[in-house]
Design a protein around this ligand. Sequence first.
Ligand SMILES: Nc1nc2c(ncn2[C@@H]2O[C@H](COP(=O)(O)OP(=O)(O)OP(=O)(O)O)[C@@H](O)[C@H]2O)c(=O)[nH]1
Ligand SMILES: [Mg+2]
Length: 468
Amino acid sequence: MIDDPTVRTEATRSWLAGLRDDLGLLVDRALDRHLRLAVTGLRRSGKTVFTTSLVHHLLDGRGLPFLRAVHEGRYLGARLLPVRDGHPFPYEAYHAALAADPPTWPAPTEQLSRLLLAIRFRTINRLLEAVQPIQELVVEIVDYPGEWLLDLPLLEGSFESFAEEAFELARTSPRAELAATWVELVRSVDQTGPADPVAIDALVRAYRAYLLDCQERLQLGYLVPGRFLHPGELEGHPALRFAPLPPAPVRPGSLRAAILEAFESYREEIVRRFWDEHLRGFDRQIVLVDLLGALNLGPAHFADVQRALERIASAFRYGRSGLLARLFAPRIDRLLFAASKADHVAPSQHAALKQLLEILVAPAGRAARFEGLVPEFLAIAALRSTDVVRTEHDGQILSCVRGRLAEDGRETVLFPGEIPPELPEPEDWTSGRFRFRAFAPRRLRPGVPGQHIRLDQALEFLIGDKLR
Ligand SMILES: Nc1nc2c(ncn2[C@@H]2O[C@H](COP(=O)(O)OP(=O)(O)OP(=O)(O)O)[C@@H](O)[C@H]2O)c(=O)[nH]1
Ligand SMILES: [Mg+2]
């Protein structure tokens, strides 16, 4: 064995640096100086816009009257810290696009990125005030494609439970029609026969085509496994060579055995790694829900969102955590469900939006409630892109929204309709009542008030107590 002292010193130095970082993080967590915020939500629910607007406003330090530290004049500012491991959240690029003329929304996220934001404030803690009146809190956020979350339930289930759910969904409307070709192929496959790569390819391709159809033609969101649709850098990865199969005995070397093996590696190498390296150990969580999008798309989509959020919630750990638990078995101790894009409707609708959100996410909130954690609900817009105008129609005053439509950039005033405060009745779905339109963004600028709706209230709930 080569025992070169310079190599040894180098290695020891980097080991010590790593240890110091780890210990530093533990100490910071123990002292409440490091907070991990989970920004959760299905695809296109508004995670990237939320994170970008949050950073913009905290860097700017203005336009957040409901954040107590700001209101009390104790908020001193924030800065982004360098991210050493992994991709840094491309804040500058997203921000530049939203601040440009004309501004543009960020593209769907394709890879995971991390963000570290240091916030300085004057403490009101009597003990700390005397020793170190200026305190710092580091907020850590990860951003990722929403569909990756759909895989978390696989960690607790088995291949059999995954397949059973897939077949059950494929039997019911509206998926059944699109599933026909794939289901037909599954019937013709001999699972106990040899692991023929051509047959496996055909199965995987048919299942993927079905999932893609569900997304493109029905715009459904609960499509598992989440990485099958847009695998990105995983395209062609052997762990993606599986698809649901009905129960059958497993013979060594058989097609079923090969599929089970791929499923296991998908679960362990891809999903568990995503969970262990990036999602475990959050302190606070915001779950963004595009409720208006769900209403637009009808009852099947609505049920789909509900199912997806319920499954995802069961993967996180909730409850109060003491000091030791905070270090070694962290739990989410504050949970906020937020209906995003609330600027698509008039403020008079926000109470109903919030109420409907409570009903939609009730199954998802159950996991937290069971652990004694009471979730909070808000209707928010991370980046407000409309304003309200009142118009008269048949002697009635209507609250309308004015903004540039996303599809053609045309400045429009429209009455977005009303949000039912309860789950819509069957006749509500068929009357074409829900047609909430998407808007192009308004330019994000420093020092301009009213560029969001309740982003500051969301922040006060999520991190406000750590800025005392
Ligand atoms: N009007 C309005 N639209 C919003 C707001 N936030 C998000 N949107 C719209 O929702 C779309 C999706 O937002 P993103 O933040 O990219 O969603 P995401 O959750 O990061 O999506 P993935 O990266 O695909 O998981 C945007 O392109 C906007 O059209 C908002 O505050 N107001
Ligand atoms: Mg995104």
